[in-house]
Design a protein around this ligand. Structure first.
Ligand SMILES: Nc1ncnc2c1ncn2[C@@H]1O[C@H](COP(=O)(O)OP(=O)(O)OP(=O)(O)O)[C@@H](O)[C@H]1O
Ligand SMILES: [Mg+2]
Length: 245
């Protein structure tokens, strides 16, 4: 049996988002291809989270459009099911760590229950959370909750995973654990699209950089080029740690 074709690439065509009379995203165009780890950088308020939320379908653009791969025309359900998002503060259910994952698998139609439990336990194992399987998710530490959110996203084997500052509240060891999980999810074939304010992390993880400033996409550049020789003065100033935007 053939694996179903990926929903990628994602074509972002002139995407805009206006609210309260302000143009918060201004005519953003880019193509997000499978395989590359894409890191979105930019100063506070640049529109990074907005762009992720629009791509994930949590918000509707006020201008422009998103087009998913060639085989997705009109198949919104498939597009929705083949992507996942992890937020800075994980959104978890008042259930055990294990049940947070089995529930997500049930929503995706994985049957029977024994298969859901086996897949959820495997996902917890991959993130070193097996001993915490029966613990209520809400009592886990911040780093454990973030790893649980990643385990849940990974269990769904999405074509694309959006991550909005997944390590912003974590200590260095927990951040590295999350980075290792992101690497493993990437190696398993999921496209990574993430934001971070940690430039060291961006250097370690990124294949390409999208640089946003003031709601505009100023660069889509291979990571090595971006850090070595950014094309725009705004990006150069941002990398020097100066206030821009
Ligand atoms: N739903 C909304 N309605 C109105 N304004 C919004 C909405 N969402 C975001 N904004 C505004 O849009 C701008 C961009 O916000 P966004 O959260 O995308 O920034 P960001 O690049 O993620 O910044 P940070 O680095 O601080 O996370 C901000 O000025 C924010 O106040
Ligand atoms: Mg943000």
């Amino acid at each position: 049996m053939h694996a179903p074709a990926s929903i990628l690439p994602l074509h972002i065509d002139g995407l805009s988002f206006e609210a309260g009379g302000a143009l918060l995203l201004d005519n953003v165009s880019a193509t997000l291809r499978p395989g590359l780890r894409t890191v979105i950088l930019g100063p506070n308020g640049a529109g990074k989270s907005l762009l992720l939320r629009l791509c994930h379908g949590l918000l509707a653009p006020t201008g422009g459009a998103l087009r998913w791969g060639a085989f997705c025309n009109g198949d919104e359900e498939r597009v929705r099911r083949r992507q996942a998002m992890v937020f800075q503060r994980p959104v978890l259910l008042r259930r055990s760590a294990l049940a947070n994952i089995t529930y997500a698998l049930a929503l995706r139609g994985v049957r029977p229950r024994a298969r859901r439990v086996a897949e959820a336990r495997a996902a917890l194992e991959r993130l070193g959370l097996a001993p915490l399987a029966e613990r209520p998710a809400r009592v886990l530490s911040g780093g454990e909750q973030q790893r649980l959110a990643l385990a849940r996203a990974w269990a769904l084997s999405p074509d694309v995973l959006f991550l909005d500052e997944p390590t912003a509240n974590l200590d260095p060891a927990a951040s590295r654990a999350v980075e290792a999980a992101v690497e493993a999810i990437h190696a398993a074939g999921t496209k990574i699209v993430m934001t971070t304010h940690d430039l060291g992390q961006a250097r370690r993880l990124a294949d390409e950089i999208l640089f946003l400033c003031g709601g505009r996409l100023l660069e889509q550049t291979p990571a090595a080029t971006f850090f070595h020789a950014p094309r725009t003065p705004e990006a150069a100033a941002f990398l020097r740690g100066e206030l821009v935007g």
